[in-house]
Design a protein around this ligand. Structure first.
Ligand code: CP
Length: 306
């Protein structure tokens, strides 16, 4: 097994390590069903959550995972910090680490920020989403949720639908799914699919949502990330919903069950309609539940390797 010192990218994980993460997460998930959900695994460890970008699920999920493992937790958000006075990322982190912190979780709006930190500090770093680059813990919880629901990932047909261009979730999912032997299709308007992506990853491209839904066993529906679009790439959100939205009508027309995932936050009525999000095919809240177990597993395994 490779030295699993940080979690920066899905690319650096071996299949053996991914299996270990899933096995450990399964054990932690079982503990999370008990009346007493806390274990002493990270007693005497201190973890800092550095969030340079907004988050609901990932930030709370990491904090809860750390607390369930009995770690001491520091939460840093840009608002109210000295970043506004011009302090650099590295200075901020070095100052926090001088307070004897054992592990860093970082979300940053700049792609590559977790990798940059890993070149300067030696304690474990977990990437909680960097720019449009990667969101490895989201991909791990997505695939864990698919396996939990369907039994396996090898050979599964997974369509990743929507704003592929700006999606770190999409990129990490493509890497993880193809590594584990799933067949991956990406589907969306041409303006939101990176040119030549099929030359980098073994994915097929489909521009017709009906064909994509007919092909897949699982659809992972991505948010349209208007905040990351430098120029208008869609005529309108209404038009997007008409062309690519996961609607009840499209679901009924399939005549077969498919599993629906969404990493959140959801734009209801844009990439997916409310009655599908809240319907029987959707596992969006199970994804969130599994996120805590996956993050507990990662924190635990990284603390063991350090
Ligand atoms: N899925 C996800 O990363 O959600 P948040 O931005 O709320 O953390």
């Amino acid at each position: 097994m490779e030295t699993f010192k940080h979690l920066i990218s899905i690319q650096s994980l071996s299949n053996e390590t991914i299996d270990l993460i899933f096995k450990t997460a399964k054990e932690f998930k079982e503990i999370l069903q008990r009346p007493v959900k806390k274990v002493p695994s990270l007693h005497h460890k201190t973890v800092v959550n550095l969030f340079y970008e907004n988050s609901t699920r990932t930030r709370l999920s990491f904090e809860l995972a750390e607390k369930r493992l009995s770690a001491d937790v520091l939460n840093f958000t840009v608002s109210g910090s000295s970043v506004a006075k011009g302090e650099t990322l590295l200075d901020t982190v070095k100052n926090i680490l001088s307070m004897k912190v054992d592990m860093v979780v970082i979300r940053h709006h700049h792609s590559g920020a977790p990798y940059f930190l890993s070149q300067h500090i030696s304690i474990p770093i977990i990437n909680a989403g960097d720019g449009i680059n990667e969101h490895p813990t989201q991909a791990l919880l997505d695939v864990f949720s698919i396996i939990e629901k369907t039994g396996s990932i090898q050979g599964k047909k997974v369509a990743i639908i929507g704003d592929i261009m700006h999606s770190r979730v999409g990129r990490s999912n493509i890497m993880l799914l193809t590594k584990l032997g799933a067949e991956v299709m990406i589907c969306g308007p041409g303006s939101l699919i990176p040119i030549g992506i099929e030359k980098i990853y073994p994915v097929r491209i489909e521009y017709d949502i009906t064909k994509a839904l007919q092909w897949c066993d699982v659809a992972n529906v991505l948010r349209i990330q208007l905040e990351r679009q430098q120029q208008p790439l869609l005529s309108s959100l209404r038009e997007y919903n008409l062309q690519y939205g996961i609607t009840q009508k499209r679901m009924h027309a399939l005549n077969k069950p498919i599993l629906i995932l969404h990493p959140g936050p959801i734009n209801r009525g844009v990439e997916i309609d409310s009655n599908v999000v809240d319907g029987a095919s959707s596992i969006v809240l199970e994804q969130v539940e599994n996120g805590v177990a996956i993050r507990m597993a990662l924190l635990y395994l990284l603390s063991q390797n350090h």
